[in-house]
Design a binder for this molecule. Structure first.
Ligand code: UT7
Length: 329
């Protein structure tokens, strides 16, 4: 335990990685058609805004994507791996049941010591992980963290279920979060309501050396849609109130990238113009816990998000879970 913990935490570097294979809607539709499943670019674009997604290569694991994203974030922060004393990987598609993907990432980065663990809050995972790292830094349990969202959702998609398999993609995003005298993270809020566990889940288990039950992602899309629109608005207002900030002070809104209709509604409800919404769902699909750090890194690297800009991150997903983080970049 650090005897004089930092007052705040702030992001000092960002990184991301997408696997090489990119499938646009037409290519995915052709692949599904070979199995007698009908879909179209027009349906996918109109209902979701998704035009393409990336899929990991055979044998490429969440830790492989995470390590590349983490190396980029470390480089951007000007930090060596041995200066990090906490790794949190938000993932629902870990390399194995245990050890955690975070421990595997730690080894692949050539590090040892410090804490490393996975955090499972499905698509809200990165928001949960960032808020957790922030409180660990401010309590003195850690000084410098790698916070990563990494997913290979292609492994849990049922390519015979057109209602879900067109929505998701693979990827990773990472940030370095460090103790600081200046804010940084201004306010966070996390929520869960397990009564809705069944509307978005992978219900299978490993038991007695075999998978029992259904090992594929299942979703009641309309139920998720309705809940998401309501909770994203309420949690965002609450986080802004905690920080004493008005909605129009937000320079960039980065919602979980699941569906452009949900994201646009989140911006509209806060009274923010569409130009302040960071959108990557069109090119990445829904990458679950990776979607927010991927979008953050894209907007930092293309120069939209600059030092001092106020950024609101909004997560929502399976559990049912949701949360938001307001930060000055
Ligand atoms: O990351 C976690 C957060 N997840 C989300 O935020 C997802 C939230 N939900 C959604 O984004 C939307 O509900 C979906 C995009 C999943 C679905 O959109 P929808 O407007 O709710 O469509 P629907 O499920 O009501 O389906 C409408 C029609 C159905 O046909 P009928 O019954 O009206 O004849 C579906 O069978 O569209 C059909 N359909 C498709 N057609 C072509 C469903 N999937 C497809 C498809 N291609 N891929």
């Amino acid at each position: 335990m650090n005897p004089s913990p930092a007052k705040y935490s702030r992001i000092t570097g960002t990184g991301s990685h997408l696997p090489e294979t990119r499938l646009d809607n037409a290519a995915l539709a052709a692949r599904l058609a070979a199995d007698g499943i009908e879909t179209s670019d027009a349906w996918i674009v109109e209902r979701t805004g998704i035009r393409a997604r990336h899929f990991a290569a055979e044998g490429q694991l969440a830790s492989d994507l995470a390590v590349i994203a983490a190396q980029q974030a470390l480089q951007a922060a000007g930090r060596r791996p041995d200066e990090i004393d906490l790794i949190i990987v938000a993932t629902s598609t870990p390399d194995m049941i245990f050890p955690s993907t975070a421990c595997i990432v730690q080894r692949k980065l050539g590090m040892h010591g410090g804490a490393a663990f996975d955090l499972q809050a499905v698509c809200t995972g990165f928001v949960y992980a960032l808020a957790t790292a922030d409180s660990m830094i401010r309590s003195g349990l850690a000084t410098r963290a790698l916070v990563i969202g990494s997913e290979v959702f292609s492994r849990i998609l049922d390519f015979k279920d057109r209602g879900t398999c067109v929505l998701f993609g693979d990827g990773a995003g990472a940030v370095v979060l460090e103790g600081s005298d200046q804010p940084g993270l201004l306010a966070s809020e996390l929520h869960a309501d397990g009564r809705h566990a069944g509307i978005l889940c992978v219900p299978g288990q490993v038991r007695g050396g075999a998978v029992t039950g259904d090992p594929f992602l299942r979703m009641d899309g309309q139920a998720v849609f309705k809940l998401a629109v309501g909770v994203l608005d309420s949690v965002s207002r609450s986080v802004l109130a905690r920080a004493g900030r008005a909605a129009d002070s937000v320079a960039w809104l980065i919602p979980h990238q699941a569906n452009i209709r949900i994201m646009s509604s989140a911006a509209r409800k806060l009274g923010l113009p569409a130009e302040r919404l960071v959108v990557t769902v069109n090119e990445h699909g829904n990458t679950s816990a990776a979607s927010i750090p991927l979008a953050l890194d894209c907007a930092v690297r293309d120069g939209r998000i600059r030092r001092g800009h106020s950024v609101l991150l909004q997560g929502v997903g399976g559990g049912f879970t949701w949360g938001a983080v307001l930060l000055d970049f």
